[in-house]
Design a protein around this ligand. Structure first.
Ligand code: ADP
Ligand code: ADP
Length: 228
């Protein structure tokens, strides 16, 4: 479903952020991407989102070579990828409902579809009772659960999370992980870059470790494997 084939990315300043990576992630997989700061985790994710172009290699997403895709196809590629960031990125003057609805409006969903789908997704992340709240009325964990609802509302095949618990205290981080785990259980592939050692060690999922842009470890039921 996601295949990185001989992928390299060298930035204009000469930094080789990703060096000849081969990585296959099957449908329904749950993959933690770990490694120290600067190891290439974000670049690997940005390549999939087509926020950066590879210097060499190909990436297949659901059997389609996205490295060859024309610009006009990029919105369709991104539609199959839900993304969550460390810093949530909610729209401050929209309610929880409106923040999630906005993702559906962008792809041209009807009001009827929006009214049906948004409460369903908010219910799933445990925020059915906060639909009319504004972001500044929410806790950190609630922020991130809105962001997750927004990422999955259009039913992407992959949920990409870049340090989703990085701004959260340990209890709240677990609350968010429970939601991500449930999304995966329902069939969505999850790719999560993280420094959350306890979470990785507890979950016993696939772990891909990067160092200097290379995969140094790829384990089925892996551990974090670093001290910090
Ligand atoms: P590109 O070089 O791929 O066009 P960007 O447009 O994202 O990259 O960034 C422009 C410039 O900003 C880069 O060439 C680099 O010098 C600098 N830069 C941005 N982010 C980083 C980073 N995380 N580490 C080092 N340099 C960076
Ligand atoms: P991580 O997410 O693991 O911290 P990154 O993919 O952000 O790693 O960075 C990998 C390497 O590429 C680092 O050396 C970083 O400074 C560099 N880098 C990231 N973005 C840019 C950029 N836009 N321009 C130049 N160098 C960059």
């Amino acid at each position: 479903m996601i295949e990185y084939i001989n992928i390299s990315k060298e930035y204009k300043n000469g930094v080789k952020a990703v060096a000849n990576i081969n990585l296959t992630i099957k449908k329904g997989d749950f993959v933690f991407v770990v490694g120290s700061s600067g190891a290439g985790k974000s670049t690997l994710i940005k390549l999939l989102l087509k926020e950066v172009e590879p210097t060499a290699g190909r990436i297949l997403l659901n059997n389609e070579d996205i490295t060859k895709a024309q610009n006009r196809k990029i919105p369709y590629i991104r539609r199959s990828l839900g993304v969550v960031f460390q810093d949530f990125r909610l729209l401050p003057n929209k309610t929880v409902f409106e923040n999630v609805a906005f993702a559906m409006e962008i792809i041209g969903a009807s009001t009827r579809q929006i009214k049906k789908q948004v409460p369903k997704v908010l219910e799933m992340v445990g925020l059915g009772n906060k639909m009319n709240s504004y972001p500044d009325q929410l806790s950190g964990g609630e922020h991130q659960r809105v962001a997750i609802a927004r990422a999955i509302v259009n039913k992407p095949s992959v949920l990409i999370a870049d340090e989703p618990t990085g701004n959260l205290d340990p209890d709240t981080a677990w609350e968010v992980m429970k939601v991500i785990k449930e999304i995966n259980r329902r069939g969505t592939t999850v790719v999560m870059a993280t420094h959350a050692k306890e979470i990785v060690n507890f979950m016993k999922r696939r772990v891909v470790a990067l160092e200097d842009g290379r995969i140094v470890r790829d384990e089925e039921k892996g551990v974090y494997g670093y001290d910090a």
